[in-house]
Write a new protein. Sequence first.
Length: 356
Amino acid sequence: MDKRHSTKFVFDSGNENYGITPVENAFINIYMPPANGDYVKVYLYGLKHCFSSASVPIDNELLSEELQITEGDVRKAWNYWQEQGILSVSYNSSGRAEVHYFSIPSRILDNYQKPDAPANANDTSPKNEQEAKIQDMFKKIEEMFSATLSVSTMQQLSEYLKDYHFEPETVILLAEYSLNNITAKGSHFTQSQAVRYMNKVADSWQDAGVVTSEDAEVYIAESRTRQKLYYSVLREIGQNRGPMSAERELIDKWFDTYHFKPEIVKAALRRTAKPNLKYVDGILTRWHDAGITTLDAVRQEAADFRQSTGSKGSPQPATDADTREREDLIDALADQDTQALWSLIDEEESKSRDDH
């Protein structure tokens, strides 16, 4: 039997100070900024010893002297980085530390396993299937960006799986939906800016209970329908823009709380020439309280109001007198709507005072 001897390779820089210590960008960009400065010194000094064959053995006591910090702080540093999951540290019976540094990108990618994954270590097929889906997810999103994903982006995508409980297909749809929205604006964006936008979308999806890609597709369709409602309402009062937060809340109330149909809301919008949704809200609130839910009921309310004020309709062709009568009726109804608006405002202010 042939005996083979392994070959040992050593790179001799001639002087330790001439050597190189590779520091991963993920450490610099993600882990270093929030860390204690002494902890960073311990991490980097230990990392140097991982790659320096010329380095002499060093323990926590010598390390504390070298870095001019206490030995207790050295131990705290090792514990901190171990909690961050980028190294492990153990001590033998004599107190000597053994530190294992991990590749940060690989740790990020390995951290995607969902909490409800099979616990049986022998059952590897679901895990392998999930791994394939994850790898496909990263590949497809990288193609969307047309650039290599940064470590921080990969970490965020992994968090969507672990913390938001999104399925890999959901994350793909999240990226596609977000990037389509951003590029529709025609402005240049960086990868980090796109991820920040994705975070906002992901938060809204999580609040809506989205988990699967089917959930996401339903939510996107409903959101688009609601956006069309927002824009149609604003256009009706001469506003060609997107809605503000307070305006969205009012419009949502009309459709979700009052359950009005679009034609009823449009009828209320046409009752005023003022570009003021709060005024329209007063009209719709009065209609809701009075049980007015159809166009016939809206017309009947006007007819009843006309009769109560002694006004008479005319079947004859419109005359100046008829026009003035109709305008007077509209003015009277507007006064009624204004009173309803102020009544609503008084109720809100009274409620606000009671809450405080």
